[in-house]
Design a protein around this ligand. Structure first.
Ligand code: UD1
Ligand code: CA
Length: 452
């Protein structure tokens, strides 16, 4: 049987988050908790149903996925009640995969194994063995066979000593699920409809409950507060860093590296400590990133060196470029091969062509700079007149003396030289020296003021 429906329970308010956001919209790495679950479930399922409650519109807006069937649970009367809300949308001749929206590290492969088990036996349960099982539903077995699940609040002392607990994730033939859900009631310590009670119903119906015991407690861990969220964030980052290193990326300290997005890399790249990667980032071969850099949506070529404390966003960096330290490269910038952007330089929406150097303390915005240009220290493209932004165009081979201001819109010719300290407001011809300075004078008889 193939027709697989995921039912993701996401109606809980998550009050321990102390947040105005619903719990399933809390962020882990660069995705919502629910987004993580969806990313694993979607490839396996024909249909996804999400049972929502608290601030459902906000959840739907943020997830923004028209293929999802959103089902409201107006009152949170328990996990069994939540699943009941989905039943009218589920075909009898299908398999239901029940997931929690707040268990973000669940893996597709585990779910596939569990589905496979349920295809053979009708009911398959994912459990885990915990050193401290407090709070969880205990798995009661007779011999090897699962008999029932007893919630913490309904358990006797002997049952409380059991370490194998219910993760909440299960796969059930939908027809059986409908039948068993109609048999459960809320006569228990919490006055809730427990989904877990369907296990005893299935056993009474002579079903064998198959199970997988998870080897990874974090994969099945739920998030209830920000302490647990941070804990799973670390696990997520550690797993990701391990994978990157196995694929050949050198991380100086994997515990001080965060990737909140997708990172691709070639051979012999190295990332030093406290680097944050966001969005889509790719590195060519032999590229290094020094400590304390933030790199977001950047395509970086081969043999690039990013020096410490640089922030780069929405930029293309070609081969053999060097950037920083303390550079800020803002969106829509393209830095071409062998160019150099030095310390305390800000570049925005500009093209810096081959072999061009902007080495110290400059602002380059809305500029197209040719090849082999040297931009001296402290040069500023004055791109903003207070209302509109204007462009600066600098020809190949130009030399812009230190501390010059280029008042845009402006065009500097090829091989032009601008004398240091000039304020340039008119187009500059090719091959000439242009400068705008008052003549230097020295006052012979001038005296320094003295203290009165
Ligand atoms: C549940 C299980 C318990 C298991 C534990 C694992 C039951 C009765 N108990 O307990 O055996 O060990 O999860 O974490 O199933 N939800 C709804 N609507 C509701 C109630 C819950 O959507 O009316 C959602 C929550 O948002 C959450 C999930 O279901 O994502 C689990 O609910 P929670 O209250 O955390 O269940 P537990 O009591 O912890
Ligand atoms: Ca829980």
């Amino acid at each position: 049987m193939n027709n697989i429906h995921a039912i993701i329970l996401a109606a809980g308010k998550g009050s321990r988050m102390n947040s105005s956001k619903p719990k399933v919209l809390q962020i882990l790495s660069n995705n919502t908790l629910l987004g993580h679950v969806l990313s694993q479930a979607k490839p396996l399922c024909d249909k996804i149903h999400v049972v929502y409650g608290f601030k459902g519109e906000q959840v739907q807006r943020k997830i923004n996925d028209s293929s999802i069937n959103w089902i409201e649970q107006t009152e949170q009367l328990g996990t069994g009640h939540a699943v009941m809300q989905a039943m009218p949308h589920i075909e009898d001749n299908s398999i239901s995969l029940i997931l929690y929206g707040d268990v973000p590290l669940i893996k597709k492969a585990t779910l596939a194994d569990l589905i496979h088990k349920a295809q053979q036996s009708g009911v398959a349960l994912l459990s885990v063995v915990l050193d401290n099982p407090t709070g969880y539903g205990r798995i009661i077995r007779k011999g090897k066979q699962i008999q029932t699940i007893i919630e913490q609040k309904d358990a006797n002392n002997a049952q409380l000593n059991i370490n194998e607990v219910n993760t909440g994730i299960m796969v059930v033939h939908s027809q059986l699920l409908k039948q068993y859900l109609s048999e459960i009631n809320a006569n228990n310590a919490q006055g809730e409809f427990y989904l877990t009670d369907i296990i005893a119903c299935a056993v009474a119906d002579e079903q064998i409950i198959s199970s997988i015991i998870s080897k990874n407690q974090f994969e099945v861990a739920g998030v209830n507060d920000k302490v647990q969220l941070a804990e799973l964030e670390r696990i997520f980052q550690k797993n990701q860093a391990t994978k990157f290193m196995q694929d050949g990326l050198m991380l100086k300290d994997p515990s001080r590296f965060d990737c909140r997005g997708n990172l691709n890399f070639g051979k012999d790249c190295e990332i030093d400590i406290n680097v944050v990667i966001e969005g889509q980032v790719s590195l060519g071969n032999n590229t290094t990133i020094a400590p304390n850099c933030i790199i977001k949506n950047v395509k970086i070529g081969n043999n690039v060196v990013i020096f410490p404390n640089s922030i780069i966003e929405d930029t293309m960096i070609d081969d053999n470029v060097s950037i920083g330290p303390f550079a800020r490269i803002r969106p829509q910038t393209h830095i071409k091969t062998h160019a150099k952007i030095g310390n305390f330089v800000e570049v925005k929406k500009s093209i810096i062509s081959e072999n061009t150097k902007v080495s110290h303390l400059s602002y380059v915005g809305d500029a197209i700079i040719g090849e082999n240009v040297n931009i001296g220290a402290g040069v500023i493209t004055c791109n903003y007149d207070g209302v509109n932004k204007h462009q600066t165009i600098i020809g190949d081979g130009a030399f812009i003396g230190s501390d010059s201001q280029l008042v845009a819109p402006i065009k500097i010719g090829k091989n032009a030289t601008i004398g240091a300290g000039s304020t340039i407001t008119k187009a500059v011809p090719d091959n000439q020296l242009s400068l705008s300075r008052t003549k230097q004078t020295s006052l012979k008889n001038w005296q320094r003021p003295t203290k009165k």
